[in-house]
Structure formats: structure tokens, C-alpha cells
Design a protein around this ligand. Structure first.
Ligand code: PLP
Length: 411
């Protein structure tokens, strides 16, 4: 028999979404009629159709694959130049940011990237993670053996938790000690918070002073409406020397079921060796990508390229407007109901305080049983999420309007 990776035994076994599924199933089995009016605002998945420009580009790519003279087999592992160039041009150069095409790695999504990135970092790093947090950052560190066991509150020994709360606007204070890696995600899932330029400047300054590598997840940058807010960590001077950025086509282009992501690693970004030397990180990720990944499908990359076409940009803007219109309605409904509301202005998530001191799971049950609406309990994202719940704006307008009516009737 083979030894297993026992780090997996430390995981709080897939706690959040399976538990939601279990409670929803029990509810629907016991309440056949009410189950028919159930509206899901839980999991952060897009609901609207792929943009026409993306579909057209993918159809064309399929036809190319069907003709021997234009057929493509294995592509470059790092991504086709047409897409790397489009990303460099539209996401960075057009915004005055210096990122070159060969600093961009195309993948099958940023959930995988944020987990896989740990492959190129060694043991013994001090790792900072926000609380509440996107659970992938935590669980992949547990799997990699970077933590000890979890305590009662679900906090793992060895991780440095950065509490996010109304007092700091859900953007963590700078750590009071040096850390080697720090995960930041803005606009944030689950809180919908955004980081201002001044806040990111403070983080970059800290990172440069302490040799910290920032792992910056910009999956929701397209939802930023306020032109003053940075949409990439590289808008901050010095970030090229301390940050890796993750981007995704999932939430802007609706690619959650198509799969395409981006990792940006500036060539000058350095890590350290045990012997006390410095080494560039870019070649490590390039090597990892070439060895463990065989490229994102040509058809998908043509679809992603189309997100940057004039029609694609217009269609994505329409999608974002739709979701952000939903978010605005949800924010208003929760405020009218007297709840404390955060996010939902530059992010598709509305983060709400539970009324009357009830817990996140009590609120989940109340929403499920009384309003027949599925939300996500904040405590599932970390102990600092207790007392909050998340409503996703990814839905049809009709569903969101109905959810707003039910919230008004509920509280
Ligand atoms: C949705 C999401 C992503 C994107 O994941 P994909 O694997 O690209 O679909 C990345 N980070 C966060 C925090 C997310 O919520």
C-alpha cells in the first residue's frame, strides 16, 4: 500500500458548499411546494449566456480544427501569442501598465492557478491569509503541508490570519510582522469590498520592505465602476518587484464553464534560496506550466481573445451592467430592511450583517425556510465571517427582484 498525503486529513472536509447542498436537499424533500419557488443566490457562478462575440470566435475555431490545413494539436503551454498579446495590450498597456506578453501565462482558470502556484514556493514560508477568505487559498496550503491542524474555530496553526471587518473596510491592516506570502483579493469574494489605491500602496510598500510576495487575485476587476480604484496590482509603483497577479475570464466573459485564466509574473520578481541567494520566479512557473500543463484549448483561447474585440468589450460591459444592476437592487433592499450592508458597489457580492445577533447558519436557515432563498453563510469563509451572509448578484433580473420582495417581507 502507498502512503497517502495525510495533510488532506487536516481539511475541514469540504465544509461549506456540501453543507449548503445538504440543507437545501432536506428542505426541498420536506417542502415540495415551497421548493418550487426556491431561488439560489448562493454559489458565485455566472448565470447569463456567453457573449455572441465569444461564441462566434469559438465556432470559427471549431471549424478550423475540422480542416486538416488549419487543424491545431498541442499549442504552446504558456498560451498562444494572439491571446498573450491581447491581454498585455488591453488589460495592461491600454491602462498605462508595463506588463509584457511573455510575463502572461494562459491557464484553464484561476482557481487552479491560485492553488498550483504553491508548487514553486518552498517549505517554511510564513503565509498571510485574510479572514474571511476564498477557501481555495487556505485549503491548498493545508494540502501542501504548509499548516498544522485546525482549531475549533477552523483556523489552521501556522497561517497568519488577517482579520477583515467593518472597522478596516474589509481590507486587512498591514501585518505587524514580516510574512513571505500574502493573499489579497480585490474586489473581494466574499465581502464585495474593494481596496483603494492608498491601501494597495501601503501593501506594496510593506511587501518591498519585508521581502513579501503578494498573491493578488483580480478575478473581479471588471466589476469596478469607480475609476479611481486600481484594477490591477501593477497600477501600484513597485508591484512588479513583489506581486503575482491572477486574472480570469470566468466572471467578466462568463467563462466559468468554458475555463480560461491568466497568471502574471513579472520577470524581475525574485524569491530566495535556503543558501541565501535570490532567484527569479518567472522561470520556475514557466517550467512548472510546461511540465504539468499542456495548454488551454485553442478554441477556448480564441473565445477569450474575442472578449477584447470591440463587440466583445461591448457585450461584456452589458453583462457586467446587468449583474451590477442586480447588486444595486439587493443592496437597496437590504438597507431598506434595516440590515447593515457592505459591498455590491464595485463587486457582484453583497455582504450583509445578520439581524438581531443571529449566526450565519441561523440566517441561512431563516432565508431558506421563510423566504425560500439560498444565501451563503459568512462563517463558511472563516471565523471573522460569523454574523454575516453573502448574497450573489449573479442571477436573472426577475429572480433578483423577487428576492428583494422576499427580503422586504422577511425582516
Ligand atoms: C470565481 C473566482 C475566481 C475564478 O476562478 P476560475 O477558476 O477562473 O473560474 C478566482 N478567484 C476568486 C476569488 C473567485 O471567486
Amino acid at each position: 500500500m502507498a502512503y497517502i498525503n495525510e495533510n488532506y486529513n487536516k481539511l475541514k472536509a469540504g465544509y461549506l458548499f456540501p453543507e449548503i447542498a445538504r440543507r437545501v436537499k432536506a428542505f426541498t424533500e420536506a417542502n415540495a411546494e415551497a421548493a418550487k419557488r426556491l431561488i439560489r443566490c448562493g454559489i458565485g457562478d455566472v448565470t447569463e449566456a456567453l457573449p455572441q462575440a465569444v461564441r462566434d470566435a469559438m465556432h470559427k475555431a471549431v471549424d478550423e480544427m475540422g480542416d486538416r490545413s488549419t487543424f491545431r494539436g498541442y499549442g504552446p503551454e504558456q498560451g498562444y501569442d494572439f491571446l498573450r498579446n491581447a491581454v498585455a495590450e488591453h488589460d495592461f498597456k491600454a491602462r498605462g501598465i508595463q506588463i509584457e506578453a511573455d510575463e502572461i501565462f494562459i491557464s484553464d482558470g484561476s482557481k487552479c492557478d491560485t492553488g498550483n502556484i504553491l508548487d514553486i514556493f518552498g517549505a517554511g514560508n510564513k503565509i498571510a491569509i485574510t479572514d474571511p477568505v476564498y477557501p481555495v487559498y487556505v485549503d491548498t496550503n493545508v494540502m501542501a503541508g504548509n499548516t498544522g491542524d485546525a482549531d475549533e474555530s477552523g483556523a489552521y496553526a501556522g497561517l497568519h490570519y488577517l482579520k477583515c471587518n467593518p472597522a478596516n473596510g474589509f481590507v486587512p491592516d498591514i501585518p505587524n510582522e514580516p510574512v513571505d506570502l500574502a493573499y489579497l483579493c480585490y474586489p473581494n469574494n466574499p465581502t464585495g469590498a474593494v481596496a483603494t489605491r492608498a491601501q494597495l500602496e501601503a501593501w506594496v510598500k510593506y511587501a518591498l520592505a519585508n521581502g513579501t510576495t503578494l498573491l493578488y487575485d483580480a478575478a473581479y476587476e471588471a466589476f469596478i465602476r469607480d475609476p479611481e480604484l486600481p484594477r490591477s496590482i501593477y497600477e501600484i509603483e513597485g508591484a512588479r518587484d513583489c506581486a503575482i497577479e491572477f486574472r480570469s475570464f470566468s466572471k467578466n466573459g462568463g467563462f466559468t464553464g468554458v475555463r480560461c485564466g491568466i497568471v502574471v509574473i513579472p520577470k524581475g520578481l525574485m524569491g530566495k534560496t535556503k543558501a541565501g541567494g535570490k532567484q527569479a520566479i518567472h522561470p520556475l512557473w514557466s517550467r512548472r506550466h510546461s511540465t504539468k500543463f499542456n495548454g488551454t484549448s485553442y478554441i477556448v483561447q480564441r473565445g477569450a481573445e474575442a472578449v477584447y474585440s470591440p463587440e466583445g468589450k461591448k457585450q461584456v460591459a452589458t453583462l457586467i451592467e446587468h449583474y451590477m444592476g442586480n447588486a444595486a437592487l439587493l443592496v437597496e433592499a437590504c438597507k431598506k430592511a434595516g440590515l447593515s450592508v457592505y459591498g455590491g458597489v464595485n463587486a457582484p457580492y453583497v455582504w450583509v450583517g445578520c439581524p438581531n445577533g443571529i449566526t450565519s447558519w441561523q440566517m441561512f436557515d431563516k432565508m431558506l425556510n421563510e423566504a425560500n432563498v439560498v444565501i451563503t453563510p459568512g462563517s463558511g469563509f472563516g471565523s471573522a465571517g460569523e454574523g454575516y451572509f453573502r448574497i450573489s448578484a449573479f442571477n436573472s433580473r426577475a429572480n433578483v427582484e423577487e428576492v428583494c420582495r422576499r427580503i422586504a417581507a422577511l425582516v
